[in-house]
Design a protein around this ligand. Structure first.
Ligand SMILES: [Zn+2]
Length: 253
C-alpha cells in the first residue's frame, strides 16, 4: 500500500498518518507522521512519504530493510534540505557509511556532500535518544539471523493532577498564574516497530512497553515461520495484544 492512512485517538486528540510499504523479501519502509514529527522505520524502499522523514530507524542490515539508504540520503542534497538523522545497530554503522561513501565516489562532484558523510548514529538497546522536542526513541532487543534492533518512541505528555480535574478552565488558569503546579508529566509508549524478529521479543520482560504502545507495527514473519509461534503461545498472543490500541502486521522475510 503506497498511500497514507489516518488513525485518530479522540481521547488525546492525537492523529497519526501511516504509510506501510512492504513487499515480502524485497523492501520494507513504514512512515509515521504526527504533528511536526516525521519518522521512517526501515528504508528498504525510499517511498514518497519517507522522503520527508528526518528521522530514520534502521532495524538491521538486510537489503530489504536498508537497501534504499543512499537514495534517501541523496534526496536531502537534491532538495537542499537539512539532512536526516539515521539510527542503526552498532554492528552495521560503518558498513552503512561505507555504502554511502561508495555512492559519493561515483558522483560527478561533491558540491553537496551529504551522501559522503550522512549522519548515521549507532544506538544501544535501552538507551534514550531525543527525536523531537517531546519524544524520545529507545531501541529494544529483537531476534533475527543478524544483529537487529526494534524501536519504541515515547511521547512526553502532561495531564491535570487528580485534585484539579473538576475545576473550570478559569480556576486552573488562576492557579497557574499563582505559580501552582497543576499538571503531572507522563512518558507514554507511543509507537513501536519490530522489523524482522521471532516472537521472543514480545515475551522479553525488558520489552514490556512495546505491548503498551498505541501503535505496534510488526512483520508477518513471527506468525509464519516454524518455531516462532507455536499453538502453546497462541493464547498468550491474544491476551497480550488485547492491550494494544492499534496493531499492524506486514509481510516479512
Ligand atoms: Zn531480515
Amino acid at each position: 500500500m503506497n498511500q497514507e492512512f489516518r488513525i485518530d485517538f479522540p481521547a488525546t486528540g492525537q492523529q497519526y498518518f501511516l504509510n506501510c510499504w512492504s513487499v515480502s523479501g524485497l523492501e520494507s519502509c513504514v512512515t509515521v507522521r504526527t504533528g511536526e514529527s516525521r519518522f521512517a522505520f526501515d528504508i528498504g524502499h525510499a517511498t514518497r512519504s519517507s522522503i520527508n522523514c528526518d528521522r530514520v530507524f534502521i532495524t538491521h542490515g538486510h537489503v530489504d530493510h536498508c537497501g534504499a539508504l543512499a537514495k534517501h540520503v541523496s534526496q536531502w542534497d537534491i532538495r537542499a534540505m537539512t539532512p536526516a538523522t539515521y539510527y542503526c545497530p552498532q554492528d552495521i554503522q560503518e558498513t552503512l557509511k561505507n555504502i554511502c561513501q561508495s555512492y559519493a565516489a561515483m558522483a560527478e562532484s561533491l558540491e553537496k556532500p551529504t551522501i559522503a558523510s550522512p549522519k548515521i548514529l549507532s544506538v544501544k538497546v535501552g538507551e534514550d535518544f531525543p527525536v523531537s522536542p517531546n519524544r524520545t526513541m529507545r531501541p529494544f532487543r529483537t531476534t533475527h539471523r543478524v544483529p537487529s534492533n526494534g524501536y519504541l518512541i515515547y511521547k512526553q505528555e502532561k495531564s491535570l493532577l487528580p485534585q484539579f480535574q473538576n475545576l473550570t478552565g478559569y480556576e486552573i488558569g488562576a492557579l497557574v498564574a499563582a505559580g501552582t503546579v497543576v499538571h503531572e508529566k507522563h512518558s507514554v509508549p507511543e509507537m513501536a516497530y519490530t522489523g524482522d524478529t521471532t516472537f521472543d521479543c514480545f515475551l522479553d520482560p525488558a520489552n514490556a512497553d512495546i505491548l503498551q504502545a498505541r501503535i505496534l507495527i510488526t512483520e508477518e514473519l513471527i506468525f509464519r515461520y516454524p518455531g516462532t509461534l507455536t499453538s502453546s503461545i497462541n493464547p498468550v498472543l491474544s491476551i497480550m495484544f488485547a492491550s494494544l490500541s492499534v496493531f499492524f502486521c506486514m509481510h516479512g522475510c
